[in-house]
Design a protein around this ligand. Structure first.
Ligand code: FMN
Length: 268
């Protein structure tokens, strides 16, 4: 049985949901590495012959979040296969999937399949609000089934051509968003859950109603984990752009998957 090294960065848990489903359907012994807040303390050497990497990250401004890219450097592939997925909030994934492919390949993996999937936008929650939905999950299951079939029928993945994913190289410039969640002091009871689980360490434990704008990566984790719903994106400039953003991204995008092009066999 293969070990599946399931590696994900997932601040608001949609990437985790999708990546866990891919690993579940692919089958095998799943070893989970959540790199959202922590990096592995030692290098993870993946057995290139028997194991597979399933790696995923959300799309931040068309790119892989910098923290995810850095944490992925702890994994070493030894020529083993990788299935990669990016998860985005129905605007676009731009160059994120191409970047993720380059990251895992640089770590010594061979990307054998890639997918771009859609989930609720963690800043503009009315965009793709109910995604991934049943139809998405069916497509995710089909993708995972196809990945399992490809790996079962390809004992030596080094001979496979890499899938050509959508995206540009060089990648678009990485940009931070000037939007930070804030806390409603009336609702906050000082439990510090947000401070303890902030991937960027941007919320001081001693004053959890504050947000350090120099550290905050706008990931939205504090808005989904606050037990009292005290934290949210609100105020200016958020209120100025939210309606326009929701309207501009209302048309439903569909999952896209990428596999190696069939290799031509010898002609008779
Ligand atoms: C800083 C930031 C930038 C984002 N940029 C994009 C983007 O370029 N395109 C897009 O469609 N969604 C974008 N999103 C939305 C996320 O990709 C989406 O909500 C994803 O599901 C979040 O994954 P998670 O739940 O695993 O954290 C962005 C979110 C954040 C926090």
């Amino acid at each position: 049985m293969r070990n599946i090294h399931l590696v994900y960065f997932s601040a608001t848990f949609t990437t985790r949901k999708i990546l866990r489903e891919i690993a579940r359907v692919m089958g095998g012994n799943v070893i989970e590495h959540d790199i959202t807040c922590d990096r592995p303390s030692a290098k993870v050497m993946v057995d290139g012959e028997h194991d597979v990497l399933v790696a995923g990250a959300p799309v931040y401004a068309g790119r892989v979040p910098r923290q995810a890219a850095e944490a992925l450097r702890a994994f070493s592939g030894n020529g083993g296969p990788a299935v990669i997925a990016c998860v985005y909030g129905n605007r676009d994934y731009d160059d994120a999937l191409a970047e993720l492919q380059d990251i895992v390949d640089r770590q010594g993996f061979k990307t054998v399949a890639a997918g771009a999937f859609i989930a609720r936008h963690c800043i503009f929650n009315d965009v793709a609000a109910d995604r991934p939905d049943t139809d998405d999950m069916r497509k995710i299951d089909n993708f995972a089934t196809e990945c399992a079939r490809l790996l079962a029928s390809t004992p030596d993945v080094s001979a496979l051509p890499e899938p050509t994913v959508k995206g540009n190289r060089p990648y678009k410039e990485s940009k931070a968003l000037p939007l930070f969640p804030s806390a409603d002091a009336e609702l906050c009871d000082g439990c510090q859950t947000c401070a303890r689980q902030c991937p960027a360490g941007a919320i001081p434990e001693e004053s959890p109603c504050q947000t350090d704008g120099d550290k905050c990566i706008s990931c939205g984790r504090c808005t989904v984990i606050c037990p009292r719903h005290a934290r949210a994106f609100r105020g200016m400039p958020y209120e100025q752009i939210v309606d326009k953003f929701v309207k501009a991204n209302a048309v439903r995008r569909e999952p896209e998957t990428f596999f190696p092009a069939p290799v031509n066999g010898p002609t008779a």
